[in-house]
Design a protein around this ligand. Structure first.
Ligand SMILES: NC(=O)c1ccc[n+]([C@@H]2O[C@H](COP(=O)([O-])OP(=O)(O)OC[C@H]3O[C@@H](n4cnc5c(N)ncnc54)[C@H](O)[C@@H]3O)[C@@H](O)[C@H]2O)c1
Length: 326
């Protein structure tokens, strides 16, 4: 059966890049999202590319709608990204659980019901399942003790557990990935969106303050998209969860690098507050063994490529600065 990907949350930041990459590779893709506007897709994909995707307006908590989509489009591989981020889960934990946990269960249930067709689910977990640096000796491995400190992290932990149960009881194959801070054009929401907003502010010549300091792991969105697609395609049976690491830097070093890329922005971006209470030392060697040749874009290159996209949007009069005031 020829592959047809279903990407949930595909109107989001990471989803848009994944959809663009799949379309570039000539792989059919169905975009499933509550949001009907390809706002982020238009930042990274051409109109011709976007026209080749199939769009379904749907809610991942609605199992009949998810299942009907899997059947109608002969879906063979699912990349499940739809979800609410830390601030939204904190503001409304019941809604957060409905979307992030029940929504993920709906995808697994649809895959179980159509096991002859769906080969794999790759889903976004998060480094929010991990605790602070002092809770671990050395880099955090995939099997490290989970110590989530937010509802969001607890929901992601539940998804990892449910994925394992779907493998043990129903042989639904899945891979969960745990990014820390993903950055790049289109990242306009969520707690760790601040570095991307800082890049945008620097391009626009505006001051911006990142609300935390200290170390974090920064993964360029192109690398993140490659990892999700690679995990969906690699020969594999089971239920695994992998850390995925980019470059470990402090926010202070990130600002210095941004100023090297845009010297005229010197002094515009600052940081203040506390460090993020999640260990930034991640061991992602198991993922990189399973999917060889995953890129690890250097920070300066990732910033420079993001700056180039924002400058192009600025020239085209469509650099949206509304997220900077939020
Ligand atoms: N961006 C990061 O740094 C990061 C880090 C770790 C994990 N993640 C996870 O990766 C995934 C994608 O992140 P992102 O930054 O692209 O998020 P995003 O907020 O940009 O996109 C999420 C998408 O999900 C959609 N959505 C929300 N509720 C839905 C529902 N009920 N039904 C259908 N669609 C719905 C939204 O409309 C949006 O398009 C999320 O699950 C997130 O928790 C992201």
């Amino acid at each position: 059966m020829a592959d047809h990907f279903l990407v949930t949350g595909a109107q989001g930041f990471i989803g848009a890049l994944i959809v663009k990459d799949l379309l570039e590779a000539g792989i059919p893709v169905t975009v499933f999202d509550l949001d009907t506007t390809p706002r982020r897709l238009r930042l990274v994909a051409t109109d011709d590319q976007i026209a080749r995707a199939t769009f379904v307006h749907g809610d991942v908590t609605d199992l009949p709608s998810v299942e009907a989509t899997v059947v109608a489009h002969s879906i063979t591989r699912i990349i499940h990204l739809a979800g609410l981020q830390i601030p939204a889960c904190r503001a409304d934990p019941l809604l957060g659980a409905r979307v992030n946990v029940l929504g993920t269960l709906a995808l697994f249930e649809a895959a179980r019901r159509h096991a002859d067709q769906v080969q794999r689910i790759v889903y976004a977990s998060s480094i929010a399942v991990i605790g602070p640096e002092e809770a671990y000796t050395g880099p955090v491995t995939d099997d490290a003790r989970l110590l989530p400190k937010t509802h969001y992290g607890v929901f992601k932990q539940a998804n990892e557990g449910n994925a394992l149960v779907y493998w043990l009881e129903n042989k639904v194959s899945s891979i969960g990935l745990r990014p820390y801070t993903v950055y790049g054009a289109g990242r306009d929401a969520g707690f760790t969106s601040a570095p991307t907003k800082a890049i945008k502010a620097a391009v626009a010549g505006r001051p911006y303050t990142i609300g935390y300091v200290g170390p974090n792991d920064m993964l360029y969105v192109d690398d993140c998209a490659r990892a999700f697609i690679g995990c969906a395609q690699v020969p594999f049976q089971g239920a695994e969860v992998f850390n995925i690491s980019g470059v470990m830097v402090t926010i202070e070093e990130f600002i210095a690098e941004l100023e090297r890329v845009i010297p005229e922005a010197k002094g515009l971006v600052r940081c203040q507050g506390k460090p993020i209470a999640i260990s930034p030392h991640l061991d992602d060697s198991r993922l990189r063994r399973l999917v060889p040749d995953l890129p690890r874009t250097p920070l300066r290159q990732g910033i420079a490529e993001t700056v180039a996209i924002f400058r192009r949007l600025q020239r085209e009069g469509r650099l949206d600065l509304s997220d900077l005031s939020g």
